[in-house]
Ligand binder design. Structure first.
Ligand code: SAM
Ligand code: SF4
Length: 266
């Protein structure tokens, strides 16, 4: 699929839940969020059906994200459904890693290719502060399990305020070099104010190269993270929503007054 600006759209990111087992300060409010109603959340059959339609239209890369994807009940079965779709060349997941120790082998067996794990500091007390109570040992165990299970390459997403030279980011860089992990730095963004920038070491945030569509856990297809437009796949039907999202994908991001990372998936 090509959009009006001749960008080939071949990458779908699917948020499978708005729930999370951490409360990162830059992502979620401390008191948590008003959760979506159960009936508003897409079923596995809907996610699978939509993904098939997207692949028929030219999607070859799929990333599963959230909220925290590993808290969605039955996530391994969903991964195996998606992995069985012919035409997906790259199937990945973005996770905070907390539950990966438990899931890594099953995810690999289900057909997941690789994982990106979020880690903003390698200092235990700082991790607990940033995530409001998370235990870094869970994540480090998760990273090891992902490597052992062969979910390779394991990439680390590190959110920075300004620069990779910040103390927390440097601690992650050191941890990554000791453990043979790729690192990508993501500047902390503000969707409402429209503050966004490119991902250091990745392609995110560069509008000219953007090849993405995003599906929220309640079935809104978004052509741009930094824009309010979305198309309801239940109301419009899968094919029509895909067509509209590609046709109306903005040339460049601006701002998103209602969207949040935890429900769009970053
Ligand atoms: N829970 C999973 C995780 O944390 O990896 C997946 C969902 S999370 C919303 C996806 C990515 O978005 C994470 O790497 C996270 O660090 C990033 N993120 C969340 N809020 C952000 C913000 N305000 N600015 C930049 N990145 C953000
Ligand atoms: Fe949860 Fe990921 Fe948001 Fe952190 S960044 S609160 S782990 S969804």
């Amino acid at each position: 699929m090509y959009d009006r600006f001749d960008r080939e759209i071949n990458y779908l990111r699917i948020s499978v839940t708005d729930r999370c087992n951490l409360r990162c300060r830059y992502c979620m409010p401390e008191e948590g969020i008003r959760l979506l109603r159960h009936e508003d959340i897409l079923t596995f059959d809907e996610i699978n059906g939509f993904t098939k339609a997207a692949v028929r239209n030219g999607i070859t890369k799929v990333r599963i994200t959230g909220g925290e994807p590993l808290v969605r009940k039955g996530i391994v079965s969903l991964v195996s459904m998606i992995a069985a779709i012919e035409g997906i060349k790259d199937l990945s997941m973005t996770t905070n890693g907390v539950l990966l120790k438990e899931f890594a082998i099953d995810l690999k067996d289900a057909g997941l290719h690789r994982v990106n794990i979020s880690l903003d500091t390698a200092v235990p007390e700082r991790f607990s502060h940033i995530t409001r109570g998370g235990n870094i040992d869970d994540v480090m165990d998760g990273i090891k399990s992902a490597k052992d299970a062969g979910l390779l390459p394991v990439k680390i997403n590190c959110v920075i305020v300004d620069s990779p030279e910040e103390e927390d980011a440097r601690s992650v860089a050191q941890y990554c070099s000791e453990n043979n992990l790729e690192i990508r730095y993501i500047r902390q963004m503000d969707l409402v104010r429209g503050h966004f920038s490119t991902v250091v070491g990745g392609t995110g945030g560069n509008c000219a190269l953007c090849n993405r569509l995003r599906l929220t856990s309640d079935g809104k297809l978004k052509p741009c993270l930094f824009n309010d437009i979305s198309f309801d796949i239940r109301e419009m039907g899968y094919e029509e929503a895909i067509k509209k999202a590609v046709d109306l994908k903005p040339e460049c991001g601006s701002n998103n007054s209602s969207g949040k990372f935890y429900n769009i998936g970053g």
